[in-house]
Design a protein around this ligand. Structure first.
Ligand SMILES: Cc1cc2nc3c(=O)[nH]c(=O)nc-3n(C[C@H](O)[C@H](O)[C@H](O)COP(=O)(O)O)c2cc1C
Length: 391
């Protein structure tokens, strides 16, 4: 049994938001000391050439990244990279600082389903403050910034949101290796997304297109299998070469089917459910989107309910090129990423595959309307700019 498993009952007696802050401070402090960083890497990183993968023109040492929400303000980036993640996504960050939702508690454990309900409402220090932390940090893995509209507590005008979200990117230009646009955050107080309207989404992307140094960008959208929505979104992103793919966010509300936790208990927790209960819906979305995408231009970043190598492998075989996780860290601790990466190597060996990228889409054959002559290659893979730096 791992040390984390032994300590978990103690952690679970503490307030979830407090322990989140405490963990970030501890990982942040550990990551700032080079020998401790090396120790963490030795303990938690799985370096294997079979795990290397390219997505959106960036090189990833392994396909398992940290999802947005864990390190919202970029205070523990080095420690997290040393914990073996193939990439780290900071945020969500908004143009202006926000305290998030005022009610407490706003984070709930759902142990019977190994899930979390989150109602933070994207508290963060604001783009300028977080970008300063990016400026003084060098990571051995790609570092992404996840952007969201400021949670003001009131519905915002669509033009204002577009202007604000475009402005939030400015301080990160030249500092973030990639960007994720959190287009359907269920936790901003307005609750609705203006970007369901393709005209507004196009105007947002046109705003970013004016930046010369716009990095590879992923759109974080609501999981859906609806062909009309998929086609509309793909058509809207098509004219913008800096858009490199899709990430699936969380469904609004709680998918109650097949949960172990009684419904009335969940109803007492305001917010959005994360973890294994959302896996099925997101996997169905990957299955529906992948055959419709141009694989030479766009990738899928698979999220949602990953706890094992099998979960990752399933998402990759359905069409994800890289993946992200968060909730399972709370239940399985920091050794999880290494276990998953080792497990992936085992699964590849079993299936006679030599590179993780060879598994992408194997279970999702696609008579592809937007197919590319050489779907696995990117015309211009960029070496990772931070790669040469000490971890
Ligand atoms: C506590 C918590 C906070 C989150 N905050 C954000 C956020 O600020 N921005 C965002 O794009 N996603 C956020 N997410 C969603 C995750 O990035 C991820 O998409 C989702 O949790 C599914 O992955 P998982 O099942 O491995 O947790 C958050 C998730 C959790 C559990």
């Amino acid at each position: 049994m791992s040390l984390y498993r032994l300590l978990r009952p103690l952690f679970f007696r503490l307030d979830p938001e407090w322990i989140h802050r405490f963990t970030l401070s501890a990982v942040g402090a550990a990551g700032r000391v080079p020998p401790v960083r090396s120790l963490l890497r030795g303990l938690f990183a799985a370096d294997d050439p079979r795990l290397r993968v390219e997505a959106g023109g960036l090189a990833f040492p392994n396909p398992v990244g940290l999802a947005a929400g864990f390190d919202k303000n970029g205070v523990a980036m080095e420690g997290l990279a040393a914990a073996g993640f193939g990439f780290v996504e900071v945020g969500s960050v908004s143009a202006y600082p926000s305290a998030g939702n005022p009610e407490r508690p706003r984070l709930f454990r759902v142990p019977k389903d190994e899930a979390i309900v989150v109602n933070y409402g994207v508290p963060n220090d604001g783009a300028e403050a977080v970008a300063q932390r990016f400026a003084s940090t060098k990571l051995p893995v790609p570092l992404g910034i996840n952007l969201v509209e400021t949670n003001t507590g009131r519905p915002a005008d669509a033009d204002e949101v577009v202007e604000e979200l475009v402005g939030a990117m400015q301080p990160f230009l030249g500092l973030a290796d990639y960007a994720t646009l959190n287009l359907n955050c269920p936790n901003t107080t307005s609750g609705r997304s203006p970007f369901d309207d393709p005209v507004i989404l196009r105007s947002l992307l046109a705003g970013y297109a004016r930046y010369d140094a716009m990095p590879p960008t992923f759109l974080k959208v609501v999981p859906t299998t609806d062909p009309g929505t998929i086609e509309r979104t793909l058509a809207t992103m098509d004219p913008f070469p800096f858009v490199k793919g899709i990430v699936f966010g969380l469904p609004t509300g709680k998918p109650y089917a097949n949960l172990q936790t009684p419904r009335r208990q969940l109803d007492a927790m305001p917010g959005t459910l994360c973890g294994p209960p959302v896996r099925e819906l997101i996997d169905a979305s990957i299955k529906a989107w992948y055959p419709r995408m141009d694989h030479g231009r766009h990738v899928i970043v698979g999220t949602g309910g990953i706890s094992t190598a099998e979960d990752v492998y399933e998402k990759i075989r359905l069409g994800a090129t890289i993946v992200q996780l968060y909730t399972s860290l709370v239940y399985h601790g920091p050794g999880l990423v290494k276990r998953i990466n080792r497990g992936l190597c085992r699964l590849m060996s079993r299936d006679g595959l030599t590179r993780v990228s060879d598994a992408v889409g194997l279970d999702n054959p696609h008579p592809n309307p937007r197919s590319h002559p050489n779907p696995r290659s990117h015309p211009n893979p960029r070496p990772h700019p931070r790669r040469a730096v000490d971890a």
